[in-house]
Design a protein around this ligand. Sequence first.
Ligand SMILES: C[S@@+](CC[C@H](N)C(=O)[O-])C[C@H]1O[C@@H](n2cnc3c(N)ncnc32)[C@H](O)[C@@H]1O
Length: 276
Amino acid sequence: MLASDPQGDPFAVVEQVIVRIPRPEHDPVFSRALGQFVRHVGARDVLELGTGHGGSACWLATGLRLNGGGTLTTIDRDTAPAVTPLLESAGVADLTRIVRTPRSYTSALMHLIQANTTGDRCNPQFDLCFVDGAHNWDTDGFAFFLVEKLLRPGGWLVFDDLDWSYATSLHLSPVDAEVARLMSPEEQSTRQVRDVFELLVRQHPGFDVVRQFRFHGWARKAGPQDSTDASRLIDELEAAGELVGFQNGAQTEPSLTAPAGPWSQSPSGGRRPISR
Ligand SMILES: C[S@@+](CC[C@H](N)C(=O)[O-])C[C@H]1O[C@@H](n2cnc3c(N)ncnc32)[C@H](O)[C@@H]1O
């Protein structure tokens, strides 16, 4: 059960527990927006690519709790940190399915597609997918192809870190440093999540609401209902300041500093909100 909250903030418990997470891997302001978004769209089944230390998982799963229940499926590598203690402290371990994979969530997604295929059709399973993992073209471009199959009509895809690049990351894990080593300098400097979002998601005929706010991308898979209400919702949330995020490090200008991305760590851990 969610612990009681004297301030009336349904995410107060999450605010308390996420202080344990090393910064700047976790963005509490944007993650709160994600948790609220889960509520706004009434999601019941959420997928996260890139669990990290479990911060965003706490917010997403709390959104599910506020909707009356559901399941967050969150995928990371076998080498990712243990997140169950954090999820338990946030009161959402029972809503969270932690999936670990030896190499990449693309293979875990294959298993999900296999498990949900009947005949020659994949039955979509998720209302929302948050992509905050590899941050490279090969992995996340392919992950988009796979997730599209698993996303219900009317479901949402949210991409973090459109401005991240290997070249500006402060620290890469050994496996990701090896991936970067094989890239040309140009590829290392490329904002690869942005390319996935602009060249694959935005151009995909099956997505009817596509928005970018700061360095986050939002896209809705077309559904039986036209996109008017979905467009209005996302525009209203943006106008209300509910889709903002933090920029990592000391600078506030996105072109001058890269988001944390998958593996960077700052000794200072400083974050501050971006002015809108
Ligand atoms: C930035 S962290 C996730 C942060 C988390 N979403 C949050 O906001 O609290 C990115 C995570 O993605 C994982 N990751 C990167 N590439 C991956 C891949 N190909 N398959 C699975 N996990 C991956 C990393 O291990 C890392 O834990």
